[in-house]
Ligand binder design. Structure first.
Ligand SMILES: Nc1ncnc2c1ncn2[C@@H]1O[C@H](COP(=O)(O)OP(=O)(O)OP(=O)(O)O)[C@@H](O)[C@H]1O
Ligand SMILES: [Mg+2]
Length: 251
């Protein structure tokens, strides 16, 4: 069965897309078949993977093409549905659609053959984010070691409850991942205490340390697995991968 995971936090620059791309690549390297859907008009997924795509999320949501025509293979075992700035006008068009919050969910119902579908979102609570939450049901929330990111996570929890109530859904936060983690730094310790009291200790995975290899790899369109396999951030990603795969096995 395909496992879906939406990576979300309403604050910008939490490391969401970096997390999606590394999780996807790590899963693919472990023999899993992975599809990443980019629901952010910034189009960062394809940029971070160093690829171009002529069609993608825009066509998926408002076009009439078969889903297969929206998919771009990018690595062994890893495909993407890429986005670009056309996704913003697409979301305005979607406002007039019937069941507008379920457009992505319904389109993905016809996608088969993947072990994981990971959905990246932009830093806002718009119709695209609502579609991403409903299509994924299970969420991974990256939280950078800054108090404003905890505020973003609180807003997210409120909106999860709202969507569940309005649309009779069972959306839940499955994984909370501290990012830009600096062990022993006073701020990290304080933010972690706030994160634990908000989510409880059982959902916290990772953490992913702050490491320049992540942005340097993105700068040349690669993941750190390819750019610097011995990077000190690789064990962090591997630990997170293990937690995600074990959780998938237990379902
Ligand atoms: N662990 C890390 N260590 C150092 N830099 C990182 C790390 N993770 C991400 N970055 C860098 O931080 C910046 C923001 O990361 P990213 O684009 O993944 O965040 P985002 O939450 O997706 O942002 P947005 O809200 O704009 O979509 C990028 O330049 C990225 O390369
Ligand atoms: Mg992003």
């Amino acid at each position: 069965m395909t496992k879906r995971l939406g990576i979300m936090n309403y604050k910008g620059g939490m490391g969401k897309t970096s997390l999606v791309v590394h999780l996807a690549m790590g899963l693919a390297l472990n023999g899993q078949r992975v599809l990443v859907v980019d629901m952010d008009p910034q189009g960062s997924v394809k940029a971070m993977l160093g690829v171009k795509a002529s069609s993608g999320t825009y066509e998926l949501l408002v076009g009439k093409q078969p889903v297969a025509d929206c998919i771009t293979p990018v690595r062994d075992g890893l495909d993407i549905i890429a986005s670009d700035e056309r996704l913003f006008p697409a979301s305005m068009q979607m406002v007039g659609f019937p069941n507008r919050e379920f457009v992505l969910h319904n389109r993905l119902e016809t996608v088969h053959g993947y072990d994981y579908i990971l959905i990246d979102s932009g830093p806002s609570f718009d119709l695209l984010a609502q579609n991403a939450m409903i299509a994924s049901q299970n969420l991974m929330v990256p939280i950078s070691m800054d108090f404003m990111s905890v505020v973003g996570a609180k807003q997210l929890l409120k909106n999860v409850k709202l969507l569940n109530r309005l649309f009779d859904q069972l959306i839940q936060v499955q994984h909370v991942v501290p990012t830009f983690y600096a062990q022993r730094q006073a701020k990290t310790i304080k933010v972690m205490a706030a994160v634990e009291s908000l989510f409880g200790p059982d959902k916290i995975r990772g953490p992913i340390r702050s490491c320049a290899d992540v942005s340097n790899a993105a700068g040349v369109g690669q993941t750190v697995f390819e750019y610097k396999p011995k990077s000190r951030v690789i064990p962090d990603y591997n630990q997170l991968l293990k937690a995600v795969m074990i959780e998938g096995d237990n379902e």
